[in-house]
Design a protein around this ligand. Sequence first.
Ligand SMILES: [Zn+2]
Length: 331
Amino acid sequence: MNKMGSMLSMLLLAGGLSAGAADELRGGLVLQFDDGWHSWLTEVAPLVQEHGGVATGFVNNKYIDGGRISIDELLRLQEDYGWEIGSHTANHYNAPRYVQTKSVDDWLANELDPSLKVLRDGGLEVNAMVFPFNALTPEVAEAAMTRVGSYRRIDSLALAKGVRPDGSLPGTSIDTTQYAPMKLIKKWIDMAHKRDLNLFLYGHRILPDSAFTEGTVLAVSSNTVTLDQPVRLDAAEDNVLIPNMAKRQNMQNTFSVSSAEGNRITVSGLLPGAVEVGASALVGPSYGTRLSDFNEMLAYAAERLHFYTVNDIQTLRHKEDVALEISNRSE
Ligand SMILES: [Zn+2]
C-alpha cells in the first residue's frame, strides 16, 4: 500500500465506511423536494437519514411567508440532516410567462435575487435553483446560471453523470400525479448503479398510506369509476386516479379526480379502456408520494447507491468517492 493508499484508507475508516460498503455502493441518488413543507423536517428528513441519506429542498419564499416552513426549520434541515436548500424563486411564478410580459432582468430582480438573498441572509448555503413548474426558456435559464450552479430540466429517464452543458440537471417526478411504478423506479436505481450514474428524483411531500385509497374497480362509465370500497378524498388537494396498478409499466395514464361519493369517483378526461374493471386502482393527492412506496424506494436505493445533494453533484464531490473506491480496489 502506498502512502496515498493508506491515507485514503484512513479517510475511509474515519468516515465510518467499511471497504465492503464502498465497493457495493456505486452511482448516486439525488433526492429533491419542492415548494417547502414543515413535514420535510419532522417526517421526511428523519426517514431519509435512517437510510444514511440526504436530500435537497427547493423552497419558494411564499411558503416561508405563509408559514408552511420557516428559515429556522430550513437551517435545521441543513445543519442537523445534511440537507441542501435551494431556491424555487420568490413567488412561484411561471418564468416563461413572466418574461413574456416583463423581462429576464425583471425576473432576476424580482423572483430569483430576492429569494436567494432571504435564504442566504438566513444562513443557508444556496447554490442551486429549480424553476416553478419546471418551466423555463433558454434565456431565463442562462440568466439563472449567473447566480447558481444548476437548475432542473425534467427528463423521463433522469440519469446523468453531472451538470449538463446548458447548466441543467435532469429530474423525474415521484409524485402520485405521474406515479412511476416501483418496478420502474427500481430499474432506474439498478441502471444508475450499473453505469455509475446519478439518478435525479423529485417530489413534494411524503404522505401516509391512509391519505390514499387502493381498491378494485367494479365499474367504469364515461366519467365515473366505482371501486369496491369508499374513497376518502381531501377536498383541499388535487386528486388523481392511477389505474391498473399491478400492470403499470410507465408514467402514462393518470386521471384527475374531481369528486367522490361513497365508492364512486368522478374523473375528468377518462380515456375509453384506460381503466380496467377488476384491476386495482389508486386514488389520492397528486402532489405527494405514498409513504410505503417511498420507504421501499429508499431501502432499495440505500443498498446500491450513494446519496448526494445537488451541490455534491455540482462540485463533483461524487468523483472523490469514485477515487476512494478505485484506490481501495487497487490495494
Ligand atoms: Zn413548485
